[in-house]
Design a protein around this ligand. Structure first.
Ligand code: FES
Length: 576
């Protein structure tokens, strides 16, 4: 390639004198030949590999494929670690650290001699965290997600990671499954590298990255162990070098039309409610106007096309073999539900990318004419005196008979307070009760964990009740199901009306009308508010203090207030 003096990496590797010698000499300690400093694009590969994040544990191999592509295209690849967030192990929740990953990756990309970056993610928070970082730096970037695990297999049936856990737990509580059977089932769910293979948050966010145009077509669905994932990764390495040459940056790709595409795709795939928070946060980094209500308005005319757990039957492997996300996006485009001109990392529009995408299995990927679930059954945004800032509910994961419901509140200030009595046969609860679990929001827990879908009380489970209305200011795993009102804003810890609910209050949920109402008068609420005390600060130092003092509410994406927006990629002052 022609050396490009405009590349920011030239300010390191093209420097003369002592500084240039320092930058090049130490890099040569890795055995690189001097030609790598000839002016070719330097491509960072941000990997969230870690043995503590098992969904991402194969990303070092994916990185090797990306490097091949970068070398092929005439670039110089350099892999670097970014904070790995393992959803299953991190306490109190990986979400507490999404913004820390975003901040770390943003600073690493900006502070190093990089001209472009490939983002390797997988587990839930790693995808939005890296996209937020890339958005704020705004250097050419391509995402490569690690892909889903192979389908789980338990006693002759397919079982989905995450989704099956909730079902097994309920079966165990109800005496339909033994502890030994559960232990055996553990080994049957997660049987290969990759992230959860239901349409949970990881699969959803991988799909969002593809729908936004930030990863190559089919990237979201190739199984983690499929050779074609590695082929796609190699292609991504080639593509990012081209993006640097064209100076095609995330701000030109993740535009308002791209976000509208992502929201519609999320509705079509029956995606996770967590996409709402993550997309709002990414949009906030780019200055793209996006609101909670957009998710309701834009999704209302989009039917669910993909028949995947937890809303449906199949798993990501089936989705892949049926045609993957391109088949869904083509169906949306053919029905006028896609901005086909939204530019993507391929250099082409979203519509052109999928114009010939085939569908091989209409049982898994349905059509708009004969959908899996009709339009208007996706994520709904609720408002009312209990959630003035909004709340969401995933209709497709809810019980239809509970979408209009009135019941008396049974209130708990934490999930543990609920679980302490959940098995009590004397608990004053029936199937009409509305379980309220609060202080689980961004500030309150902290980090807004996925605890909202508490299992129904044991006495109801034993009577065969599998679902009831639950209301919480926390989140729910994308793999979970149930009639659960989530993301209530403002959260209880911020003094939202949720903090004022008392056991015995009547609550009305009316999803068709998009309302959530606490049937308590304003005067009584004002009286209760005057006696309400905010909880004591959770942390006196460190990240948790910074987080709780600056985190925004769910309806604003739960980013930190001082991280909203972009700092760009101006080269910082010299270090020596
Ligand atoms: Fe990592 Fe589900 S735990 S994707």
């Amino acid at each position: 390639m022609t050396p490009n003096s405009e590349l920011r990496s030239r300010q390191w590797f093209g420097a003369t004198g002592r500084s240039g010698m320092v930058y090049r000499s130490w890099m040569r300690s890795q055995g690189f030949t001097p030609e790598v400093f000839d002016g070719r694009p330097v491509i960072g590969i941000a990997t969230t590999w870690s043995e503590l994040a098992p969904c991402n544990v194969h990303l070092h191999r994916v990185a090797e494929s990306v490097k091949r592509g970068v070398w092929q295209a005439g670039g110089f690849p350099l892999e670097f670690p970014a904070m790995a967030l393992g959803e299953t192990l991190l306490r109190p929740t990986a979400m507490l650290y999404r913004n820390l990953l975003a901040m770390e990756a943003e600073e690493l990309i900006r502070a190093n001699p990089l001209d472009g970056v490939v983002l390797l993610s997988g587990c839930d928070k790693t995808t939005p965290g890296l996209l937020m970082a890339a958005a704020s730096v705004d250097l050419p970037a391509v995402m490569v997600t690690g892909g889903p695990m192979l389908s789980g297999k338990y006693r002759g049936t397919d079982v989905g990671s995450g989704t099956a856990v909730w079902r097994f737990e309920e079966d165990l509580l109800a005496g339909r499954m033994t502890q030994e059977e559960c232990a055996f089932a553990e080994g049957c769910m997660a049987r290969s590298n990759g992230h959860c293979m239901t349409m949970g948050t990881a699969s959803t966010m991988a799909s969002m990255a593809e729908a936004l145009g930030m990863q190559l077509p089919y990237s979201a669905t190739w199984p983690a162990v499929d050779a074609r994932r590695y082929e796609t990764a190699q292609r991504a390495g080639q593509v990012v070098v081209d993006l640097v040459r064209q100076d095609l940056r995330p701000s030109a790709i993740m535009t308002r039309p791209a976000f509208e595409n992502a929201i519609r795709v999320n509705a079509a795939i029956g995606g996770s409610t967590n996409a709402v928070i993550h997309l709002l946060a990414i949009a906030g980094r780019l200055g793209v106007p996006l609101t909670l209500d957009d998710f309701d308005v834009l999704a209302r005319d989009v039917p669910t096309l993909v028949n995947l757990q937890p809303s449906g039957e199949y798993l990501m492997e089936d989705f892949c073999y049926a045609g993957g996300l391109p088949a869904v996006m083509r169906e949306l485009d053919d029905n006028g539900l896609l901005y086909s001109g939204a530019i993507t990392v391929t250099g082409s529009g979203a519509g052109a990318n999928v114009a010939d995408a085939p569908c091989w299995n209409r049982e898994v990927i349905r059509t708009v004419a004969e959908p899996f679930q009709p339009a208007g059954t996706g994520t709904a945004v609720l408002r009312g005196n209990l959630a003035p800032g909004g709340a969401v509910i995933k209709q497709s994961a809810s019980s239809p008979h509970l979408l209009k419901h009135r019941g008396r509140a049974l209130v708990f200030d934490s999930p543990s307070a609920y679980y302490a009595v959940a098995d009590d046969p004397g608990l004053d609860v029936d199937e009409d009760t509305v379980l309220v679990v609060r202080y689980c929001g961004p500030r309150g827990y902290p980090g807004m964990p996925e605890v909202s879908n508490v299992a129904p009380p044991k006495k109801l489970l034993l009577r065969g009740v599998r679902d009831m209305v639950r209301i919480c200011d926390g989140r729910m795993s994308g793999t979970a199901y149930g009639t659960v009102v989530l993301h209530v804003a403002p959260e209880a810890a911020a003094g939202g009306p949720l903090a004022l609910v008392r056991t015995g209050d009547w609550i009305t949920l009316d999803v068709p009308a998009r309302t959530l109402t606490l049937e308590v008068g304003d005067d009584e609420l004002a009286r209760r508010r005057s006696g309400w005390q905010p909880p004591a600060p959770i942390a006196s130092r460190g990240w948790t203090r910074l987080y709780t003092e600056h985190v925004l509410q769910a309806d604003a994406g739960a980013d930190l207030d001082f991280l909203v927006g972009a700092s760009g990629h101006e080269v910082p002052r010299d270090s020596h």
